[in-house]
Write a protein that binds this ligand. Structure first.
Ligand code: NAP
Length: 241
């Protein structure tokens, strides 16, 4: 049987890890929850770059590396592709497709935080749903804006920002209530493509709100790419994992 090293960080990776037997290793950065009810081995924390990961692959006799990290976690994806080359094993990746705008949607892509700040100038009540990054900019909130930041970590409110700690999945009803309570006039998000966080886009659509999307990072080429879990599972079975 081939030994798999699964790099996780998103829901699909955990669902895949739940199907793996004790030969295989599921690796997490350690920022989120670490499951303690899996049959496969679980390791937590960085490897020390591509070289460290290649060393780990060699030491553990890994036959196949599967990158199922978040589409915006570009560093670990680069490391994975490089480490697999160094170690002489294949690298496969889950490359979840991004969300697609519908005809009437007003979605605007921005490259980085600078582009985002500029695109936000005309709005008063932005709702940030792209992780922790806005927390480093709370001292820069323009006087005409009141921010809401939803991320994993809850923090006390500041005079012009509410910080909501929440973990998906989010449902449509809850998202409708949130947007109404906050009177948000623009939604900010990564284009993660995850079903579990998609309802906010539906609510923005219903309310006719613009959505500012942080552009997806470039990811390295790998030996095989898969769009969803079923495709990966089928390929793993065929490969003898
Ligand atoms: P990143 O910038 O691409 O990676 C930073 C470092 O974290 C990597 O160089 C690696 O350290 C370590 N790392 C990341 N994923 C790992 C894994 N599965 N196993 C072991 N080490 C890992 O990633 P990030 O954006 O900080 O995200 C960190 C983790 O959270 C990722 O696993 C990602 O899938 C997940 N996540 C990210 C986002 C997001 O928006 N970025 C959202 C949801 C979940 P070494 O170089 O020392 O090996």
């Amino acid at each position: 049987m081939k030994r798999l090293l699964l790099l996780g960080g998103i829901g699909e990776a955990l669902r895949l890890a739940r199907r793996l037997g004790p030969t295989h290793i599921y690796s997490l950065a350690g920022l989120g929850q670490v499951p303690d009810d899996l049959t496969c081995q679980v390791r937590v924390g960085g490897f020390g770059g591509a070289e460290g990961l290649a060393d780990f692959i060699a030491a553990e006799g890994i036959d196949l590396l599967l990158d199922a990290t978040h589409p915006y976690a570009a560093q670990i994806s680069r490391n994975a592709a490089r480490a697999a080359t160094l170690a002489g094993i294949p690298c496969w990746a889950l490359r979840r497709p991004g969300w697609q705008a519908e005809a009437a949607d007003d979605w605007r892509e921005v490259d980085d935080w600078g582009g985002l700040t500029e695109a936000l100038q005309d709005f008063q009540r932005p709702l940030f749903t792209l992780g922790r990054e806005p927390l480093a900019h709370l001292h820069e909130i323009p006087v005409h804006q009141q921010w809401t930041v939803r991320c994993l970590q809850a923090l006390p409110a500041t005079p012009r920002a509410e910080i909501i700690g929440a973990r998906g999945p989010f449902n449509l009803e809850g998202e409708r209530e949130l947007f109404t309570r906050l009177r948000s006039d623009v939604l900010i998000s990564k284009n993660s493509g995850s079903q579990s966080t998609e309802p906010k886009l539906q609510v923005a659509r219903e309310l006719g709100l613009p959505v500012l999307l942080l552009r997806r990072p470039q990811l390295p080429p790998v030996d095989r790419e898969f769009a969803n879990l079923d495709e990966i599972w089928q390929a793993l079975l065929e490969a003898g994992v």
